[in-house]
Design a protein around this ligand. Structure first.
Ligand SMILES: [Zn+2]
Length: 153
């Protein structure tokens, strides 16, 4: 139940992003029941292909904690995280990633590895667990208006 409540906060971030004309993707990072980072993708705005919502929030969380160690933190994302973001999670020792919609839910959404699945990929990281499908339909619905993903990442 706590995962659903926290995913609702990520969904709220996605709606805020959409209202700003950005991709409707939301991310929060929680440590000790406190949201220590929240946000969305800034790829198009900054022309920075590394500024995905998850990596952006991990950067903010590290700055907040003044540490590159995010062990004990859980990241909630409305969309399945890519391998770059799981790599960031590995580098920062993040403990858990929870996401809503699976990449298959968003046919226009390109991933760099076609047969990639975050839950499977995460098994390569010793300290990271990944769980998808939390509030899946609501998270999927967020992305229904995305027509040209490459313009909105
Ligand atoms: Zn990513």
């Amino acid at each position: 139940m706590i995962d659903q409540l926290r995913m609702r906060l990520a969904i709220a971030e996605a709606k805020k992003a959409e209202a700003n004309g950005w991709v409707p993707l939301g991310v929060i990072i929680v440590k000790d029941n406190e949201v220590i980072a929240s946000g969305t993708s800034h790829v198009s705005e900054l022309l920075d292909s590394t500024a995905h919502g998850e990596s952006w929030c991990m950067k903010k969380a590290c700055q907040k904690l003044q540490s590159i160690d995010l062990s004990g933190c859980t990241l909630y994302s409305t969309l399945e995280s890519c391998s770059m973001c799981l790599g960031c999670a590995g580098w920062t020792s993040l403990s858990r990633v929870v996401f809503g919609a699976y990449k298959e839910d968003i046919p226009e959404c390109p991933y760099e590895i076609p047969d990639y699945h975050a839950e499977e990929h995460a098994k390569r990281f010793p300290h990271l667990t990944v769980q998808g499908g939390i509030l899946r339909e609501e998270c999927k619905a967020l992305m229904k208006n995305i027509k040209n993903w490459t313009l909105h990442q």
